[in-house]
Design a binder for this molecule. Structure first.
Ligand SMILES: [Zn+2]
Length: 253
């Protein structure tokens, strides 16, 4: 059974048609979903989904795109939710310097990223990290916070060397929809060479469709697993077993 380690079933249009989406996925042997929230607006709905569907696991956090409206009470609310739900991990959090247009904006992202890493540390939760043009800055924050709970470096697009740097800090590498683009050479190399014990797979649906105005769907996960399997000369079910176990291993029971 495949585990989509990053899928926004909590966002439109997937949430509007959820039973259909889950049925289509289960036809392709996709049976588990880790669903990260992105702002306080979707925390409760994400937790609700996890409550109602045994195949859904929730993560809550503040995505770097949505930190402009954060107040101290937002972080207190996050802490309260985590206390109430010991099985929920944190995500997605991180740094996106493609979206930061000034030093102030970068510093604001770093401030909330590190506050959330500290919270994850206190709550003993792993984190799902969104990182764009910010690998070094993310790793610096992780070191500065002495954060050792690990988690997932989501939507990985870097080199094998960068993947190894994340692995060194206890992170799994999220290999996903970029693989559907044949011109994305670096991720094909990761898919072929990264030891499978460090890999999880994801779609990021409804986002990251291979072409700009398409909607990505969790069924793409099967294709992602098949591409990895063909690069490694094994069966997609082997990829399913290992990456699902890797994802389960970071979810508190
Ligand atoms: Zn996401």
């Amino acid at each position: 059974m495949l585990f989509d380690s990053h899928c926004h079933l909590n966002h439109r249009p997937l949430i509007d048609n959820l039973s259909q989406v889950l049925l289509r996925a289960s036809d392709k042997d996709i049976g588990h979903f880790l669903v990260p929230a992105t702002s306080s607006a979707d925390w409760l709905i994400t937790i609700e989904l996890a409550k109602n569907y045994p195949q859904i696991y929730a993560a809550v956090g503040l995505h770097p795109w949505f930190i402009n409206h954060i107040t101290d009470s937002t972080l207190q609310q996050l802490e309260k939710i985590l206390l109430q739900h010991p099985q929920i991990i944190m995500g997605e959090i991180g740094l996106d310097f493609a979206r930061a247009h000034s030093l102030e904006e970068k510093n604001l992202q770093i401030k909330y990223f590190e506050e959330q890493l500290q919270l994850a540390k206190i709550m003993q939760r792993p984190v799902i990290i969104h990182h764009v043009h910010a690998t070094n800055a993310c790793l610096e924050s992780i070191k500065r916070c002495h954060f050792t709970n690990g988690g997932i470096a989501h939507a990985f697009s870097g080199s094998l060397e960068e993947a190894q740097a994340w692995v060194k800090h206890g992170f799994l590498i999220g290999v996903g929809s970029l693989l559907l683009r044949s011109q994305a050479k670096k991720i094909h190399r990761i898919a072929e060479k990264l030891p499978l014990q460090h890999m999880v797979i994801e779609t990021d649906a409804p986002y990251m469709a291979p072409s700009a105005n398409q909607i990505n769907h969790p069924v793409s996960l099967r294709q992602i697993a098949e591409i990895i399997a063909s690069l490694r000369n094994c069966h997609w079910q082997d990829i399913a077993t290992i990456t699902s176990n890797n994802t389960f291993a970071i979810i508190p029971q």
